[in-house]
Design a protein around this ligand. Structure first.
Ligand code: SAM
Length: 543
């Protein structure tokens, strides 16, 4: 092998892929990034980019062996976000012709299942390191795949002589991590419930597949493999931290209190690692992104309003090492998770505390930037919340918001209608029931769109998506009024999909900056899913 030639070829493939991606050519991007990865499998940027495009691509059911091997190696890298691998696993596993046989066999007698496992007939799936990695560190997606794993879990519980433990402990441990981090969305039959009720301190691994590790007795926990012991410790740590969260502002509003209770029970979102933070100077960032604004300060104060489990706030702290970040939220449980993650990232420039955006003035501080993603639309009156934030934003400074789109959320709205019509209760069990009902809807039903989201595969995610106790949705025209009401000026949407940007530019050549929200309203009428991932927008306060 001529490594030098390989390196050059890899770099060229990577550059071509990056250009293709910028131009919206996702097929070109995928093949280029995969080629770069195959040629230089341990290059961190190649790994990151290959994963990120694979996370968007579908329509393949197999990958060449060198690519699979490179991905398996990448999956052992603790600094990579493995969520994109989930789609890869779904595609290659469910697309494998052996998968349908496995599904059928799982309906058969337990003895036959036991033999198949003992004979190694399912090693291709249960021994697959990519599956283990996704289960341990990402959200598994795919209803058929989940169904198969649910049946294997059931087999393991009810047939303790199982060959699974002998052959596939790694799989079982990874599955236990998955159900613990997604808070047990998988279906449990009454006979499993009954069996579980009779379990004592033994069968620690079986218990870990059905209940929070935190709830296992110390004696049972003693028998667990180290990774599960560590996960149990983290769950206990979150509980302790939640009891000791720093108080920042009072929470008096009745809707805020209702929303608070919701996010205590269903903290959101679950996340693992941030792989793509690029440190930069805040003033340089402002100059590059907002040339019309005066350069920002080098050491900004930044507020993450409604920071949830802290991903956005921690991303800001990593991106702007000179900044001091405040993360404010209603939910102790979410803040506890955020604080634990900040510590894991060795961050010292971030403070998390509990409080209501409505009382943000009680912080007695003003900010050089505010980020509030997926938050204001959960307030009784989002315009009051936005005005409260605008009041603590320094003149000439920017705010980044993410808000629900009325048109983009049509599948969610249909799903909300289904659960309302069937009076499905708002509880952990209700969310599980909703999953069953939605999966059984006829194909083509508008609510089935929510099944194809990662949110569907976690209890907290699906609650956030379709059970939210308070939500307002917007059109671009309504966004315009919302911003005007807080005396903020629209500074543009962040849109990842180049095709959307191009289509807008073509439709509105007179608006090269893409800043006219009336145009966007018209545009969205014919591109209803353009903002299905929310409006991600920038605005600023006049100097
Ligand atoms: C959907 S989560 C988004 C979390 C985070 N911003 C993210 O994007 O990952 C909404 C969060 O907003 C918080 N929230 C809602 N209303 C709030 C309020 N009035 N004051 C502070 N936080 C609020 C909730 O507690 C919840 O954690």
């Amino acid at each position: 092998v001529n490594t030098h030639t390989d390196k050059t070829a890899a770099a060229e493939a990577f550059d071509r892929a990056a250009a293709a991606r910028r131009a919206g050519d996702m097929k070109g991007a995928l093949s280029g990034f995969l080629m770069a990865l195959a040629l230089a499998p341990s290059h961190p940027a190649y790994r990151r980019e290959a994963l990120s495009v694979l996370g968007l691509a579908s329509g393949y059911t197999a990958l060449p062996v060198p690519i699979l091997d490179a991905l398996r190696a990448a999956a052992t890298d603790p600094t990579l976000d493995l969520q994109p691998l989930s789609l890869v696993v779904k595609n290659i596993v469910v697309g494998d012709r052996r998968f349908a046989d496995l599904e059928k066999a799982l309906h058969g007698p337990p003895d036959a299942v036991e033999h198949a496992i003992a004979d190694g007939a399912w090693d291709w799936l249960l021994g697959e390191p990519l599956l283990h990695a996704v289960l341990a560190r990402a959200i598994l997606i795919g209803a058929r795949l989940e169904n198969v794993l649910t049946k294997l879990r059931r087999h393991f519980l009810l047939h303790p002589s199982t060959a699974l433990l002998v052959r596939h402990e790694r799989f079982l441990v990874a599955a236990a991590l998955q159900v613990n981090s997604t808070r047990f969305p998988w279906r449990v039959e009454p006979d499993e419930q009954a069996y579980l009720a009779g379990l004592k301190d033994g069968a620690a691994l079986a218990q870990a597949l059905y209940r929070p590790l935190r709830d296992l007795s110390a004696a049972a926990a003693n028998d667990l493999p180290d990774v599960l012991k560590a996960a149990r410790h983290a769950q206990q740590e979150i509980k302790q931290r939640a009891a000791n969260v720093l108080g920042l502002t009072p929470i008096e509003d009745a809707v805020s209190q209702k929303v608070q209770a919701q996010y205590e029970q269903f903290p959101y979102p679950p996340w693992d690692v941030i792989a793509d933070a690029k440190p930069m100077a805040f003033d340089a960032f402002i100059t590059a992104q907002f040339p019309r604004l005066a350069a920002g300060t080098a050491k900004p104060a930044i507020l993450s309003a409604g920071c949830g489990t802290g991903r956005g706030a921690i991303m800001l702290a990593l991106t702007f090492p000179e900044a001091s970040i405040t993360g404010l939220d209603l939910s102790r449980t979410s803040l506890a998770y955020a604080a634990m993650k900040a510590e894991q990232h060795n961050l010292t420039n971030i403070t998390f505390g509990i409080g209501d955006i409505l009382n943000v003035s009680a912080l007695n501080q003003t900010f050089d930037m505010i980020e509030s993603s997926g938050v204001l639309h959960h307030m009784r009156d989002p315009s009051v919340g936005l005005r409260a934030l605008a009041a603590v934003l320094k003149p000439g400074s920017v705010m980044r918001l993410a808000l629900y789109s009325e048109r983009g959320r049509s599948a969610v709205i249909a799903a909300r209608d289904v659960i309302a019509a069937r009076k499905i209760p708002d509880s952990d069990d209700g969310v599980r029931e909703a999953r069953r009902v939605l999966q059984n809807l006829p194909s083509g039903h508008p609510a089935r769109g929510v099944i194809d989201t990662p949110e569907f595969f976690t209890l907290d995610g699906l609650h956030d998506l379709i059970f939210n106790v308070q939500e307002t949705r917007y059109t671009p025209r309504q966004l315009k009024l919302l911003l005007q009401g807080a005396e903020l000026t629209f500074a543009g949407f962040d849109i990842a999909d180049a095709a959307i940007r191009t289509a807008y530019a073509r439709a509105f050549p007179d608006d090269p900056q893409a800043l006219d929200l009336d145009n966007w309203d018209q545009f969205e009428q014919s591109h209803a899913s353009a903002f299905s991932e929310m409006y991600q927008l920038w605005c600023y306060k006049a100097a």
